[in-house]
Design a binder for this molecule. Structure first.
Ligand SMILES: Nc1nc2c(ncn2[C@@H]2O[C@H](COP(=O)(O)OP(=O)(O)OP(=O)(O)O)[C@@H](O)[C@H]2O)c(=O)[nH]1
Length: 309
């Protein structure tokens, strides 16, 4: 038998948790070497639990990207479902990456740490955005302060944006996952989500990026048609907003903004799907979807309604 056959493999789930905007999705994309989770310079970009498969010679990590946890969910059904998705991912995890910003510790971080204490899973502290520290000497006292708060199994300063230390984070994490006989996912499998689902997320990302603060959380995307060919994928999608005024904003003067959203989304979809993409976008109004859990589910959980691609 070759040495390789004797190699011990590890595999399991790692939940990436942290307050909004600390860089969880950026970290996931960096490690996967491909864009999977959407990012924008606004909190609460991630609305769904996304599973990304990180394949390494010594095993596989199923990474669960979670929506940023909010301290005060309030009444909005959307916020409550965000918190549920994040806390649900914890229950599935063999290991948790608790992402915080370098030299920043806020009430919301403390709230999440309390939730982690209750789950009693091994937690690694991931100290992100170290590239933004003007003075690296501040890192050590910050780590010491963190160590006093909780018995983290490891503490990793990283820059998700630049990639510093990210690979070592993944390699070290493998050791905390169960030993397996075989890798649970195919080596080239990137996610357990359908391409249709990821495509809807990519379109929503462009809506959020192009819209300042005017509409951000009031937009959802459903895929109406998804036809894959060898060279061309035809996609028709609807952007749902809550009010007529928001519809006008998304469309823009003379349709300019919608055109820009479509063209940016098409570019990232072409990379994802590795085909040319013909994208048709519609904007429709559906009042109150953010406050209505049933409507939310209908709009968001579109995978249940269509066959997997
Ligand atoms: N300078 C710097 N910026 C980063 C780093 N990681 C993420 N960012 C930026 O921080 C912002 C938020 O990143 P996201 O990855 O969307 O954050 P998130 O934690 O997934 O946010 P939610 O989806 O709201 O939970 C983006 O503008 C990123 O480019 C980093 O290592 N360094």
């Amino acid at each position: 038998m070759s040495d390789e056959a004797h190699q011990v493999l590890h595999a399991g789930h790692v939940a990436i948790v942290g307050r909004p905007n600390v860089g969880k999705s950026t970290l996931l994309n960096r490690l996967l070497g491909q864009k999977l989770s959407i990012t924008a310079d606004k909190p609460q970009t991630t609305r769904h639990r996304i599973l990304g498969v990180l394949d390494m010679p010594q095993g596989q990590i199923a990474l669960l990207d979670t929506p940023g946890i909010h301290r005060l969910p309030g009444k909005r059904a959307l916020n409550q479902s965000l918190n549920r998705a994040a806390l649900g991912a914890l229950a599935e995890a063999d290991l948790v990456w608790f992402v915080v910003m370098a030299d920043r510790w806020e009430d919301e971080d403390a709230y999440i740490l309390d939730a982690l204490r209750r789950e009693a899973r091994p937690v690694m502290l991931v100290v992100n955005k170290i590239d933004r520290l003007s003075d690296r000497a501040r890192l050590l006292p910050f780590l010491q302060k963190m160590q006093a708060l909780y018995a983290f199994v490891e503490m990793f300063p990283v820059s998700a944006l630049k990639g510093d230390n990210a690979d070592r984070l993944a390699e070290t994490s493998l050791r905390y996952l169960p030993v397996v006989e075989a890798k649970p996912f195919a080596e080239d499998q990137l996610t357990d989500r359908s391409l249709r689902f990821v495509s809807a997320e990519f379109i929503r990302e462009q809506v959020m990026r192009s819209l300042g603060d005017e509409v951000p959380y009031a937009a959802a995307v459903t895929i109406d048609r998804f036809e894959e060919g060898d060279k061309l994928t035809r996609i028709a999608a609807t952007i749902w907003v809550e009010r007529d005024g928001q519809k006008a904003i998304v469309i823009g003067r003379g349709g300019e903004r919608l055109k820009a959203i479509g063209s940016q989304a098409r570019k990232s979809l072409e990379t994802l799907l590795d085909t040319r993409v013909f994208l048709e976008l519609w904007v429709k109004v559906r009042a109150g979807w953010q406050d209505d859990p049933r409507l939310l589910q209908q709009l968001e959980m579109d995978e249940a309604r269509w066959p997997k691609t």
